[in-house]
Design a binder for this molecule. Structure first.
Ligand SMILES: CC(C)(COP(=O)(O)OP(=O)(O)OC[C@H]1O[C@@H](n2cnc3c(N)ncnc32)[C@H](O)[C@@H]1OP(=O)(O)O)[C@@H](O)C(=O)NCCC(=O)NCCS
Length: 217
C-alpha cells in the first residue's frame, strides 16, 4: 500500500534524540517514520525500524521525506544530495518547544532540537542543525550544512559560512548592530566552550576565551 514514508538518516546518538520530536511532528500527518543507515547495525532501534538506504527507496511510497541527523557536514551534504536526486523531499524538523519568531528564512532539512531558538530576521541555509538549547539571534546569516552542538549562543548579526561547526557552549560575540557582522568562515570549527570575539578564518579551528587558533602539542 502506498504511504508517506519519512526516513531519518542516522541511528546514532543524535538521530535517537531527534526521532521523538520528528514522530511528534510527523505521525499526526500520517507519516510512517524509519531510521535509515548506510549499513544498518540493527533491525529496530528504540522501537523504530532501521532500513538500509536501498530498502528505504524500494518501499512503495506516495511521498518520501527525509532529514539527516549526522553531524559531519560533508557526509550530511552527500546523503541529502543523493536523496534529492532520487526524488525524496528534505523536511525541516522542529521540537514542540523550539521557538522560531518573526521574519526568518530557514532552508529545508534543518533540525531544531528541544529548547532551541531562532529569534527574528535571521537567514539560515539548508540542513542546519540547532542542537539542544542553542540559539540564533536577530540578523544572523548562516550558510548551508552548518552544525550547532548543544547550548551555542549565536548573538545578533553573526555570519557563518557553509559547513562550519560550532561546539557545545560556545559564545559568539554579536556583530556591530546594523554594521559589520562577526564572521565565522566556511568549514571553520569553534571548540566547545570557546568565546569568539574576533572573526574566524575559513577552515580554522579556534578554542578558548578569547578564542584563538588551536595549537596542537
Ligand atoms: C576543538 C576540537 C574540535 C579539537 O578536537 P581535536 O582536533 O581532536 O583536538 P585534540 O582533542 O587532539 O586536542 C588538541 C589540544 O587542544 C586542546 N583542546 C581541545 N578542545 C579544546 C577546547 N574546546 N578548548 C580548549 N582546549 C581544547 C586539548 O586539550 C589539546 O591540548 P594539548 O595538545 O595541550 O593536550 C574539539 O576538542 C571540540 O571542542 N569539539 C567540539 C565537541 C562538541 O561540542 N561536541 C558536541 C557533541 S553533541
Amino acid at each position: 500500500m502506498s504511504e508517506r514514508l519519512f526516513g531519518l538518516y542516522g541511528a546514532g546518538g543524535f538521530a535517537r534524540e531527534v526521532m521523538p520530536f520528528a514522530r511528534q511532528q510527523l505521525a499526526v500527518a500520517g507519516w510512517r517514520l524509519v531510521f535509515v543507515e548506510t549499513l544498518p547495525g540493527a533491525d529496530v532501534v528504540n522501537g523504530v525500524p532501521v532500513l538500509s538506504e536501498q530498502a528505504f527507496f524500494e518501499v512503495d511510497a506516495a511521498e518520501r521525506g527525509f532529514a539527516v541527523a549526522v553531524a559531519d557536514a560533508p557526509a550530511r551534504q552527500a546523503i541529502a544530495e543523493r536523496c534529492e536526486a532520487r526524488g525524496a523531499r528534505a523536511m525541516t524538523l522542529q521540537a514542540a518547544n523550539a521557538v522560531v519568531y518573526d521574519a526568518n528564512q530557514i532552508g529545508d532539512g534543518s533540525i531544531f532540537c528541544a529548547f532551541s531558538m531562532v529569534t527574528s530576521n535571521a537567514s539560515i541555509g539548508r540542513h542546519f542543525h540547532a542542537n539542544l538549547y542553542s540559539y540564533v539571534a536577530h540578523d544572523c546569516v548562516i550558510g548551508d550544512w552548518v552544525t550547532f552542538a548543544p547550548r551555542v549562543s549565536c548573538n545578533g548579526n553573526v555570519h557563518i559560512g557553509d559547513h562550519a561547526y560550532i561546539g557545545t557552549g560556545a559564545l559568539l560575540r554579536p556583530g556591530v548592530p546594523r554594521g559589520v557582522p562577526l564572521t565565522i568562515g566556511s568549514a571553520a570549527v569553534v571548540g566547545m566552550g570557546a568565546v569568539v570575539t574576533r572573526d574566524v578564518a575559513p577552515g580554522n579551528t579556534v578554542v578558548g576565551n578569547p578564542a584563538k587558533p588551536l595549537v596542537r602539542g
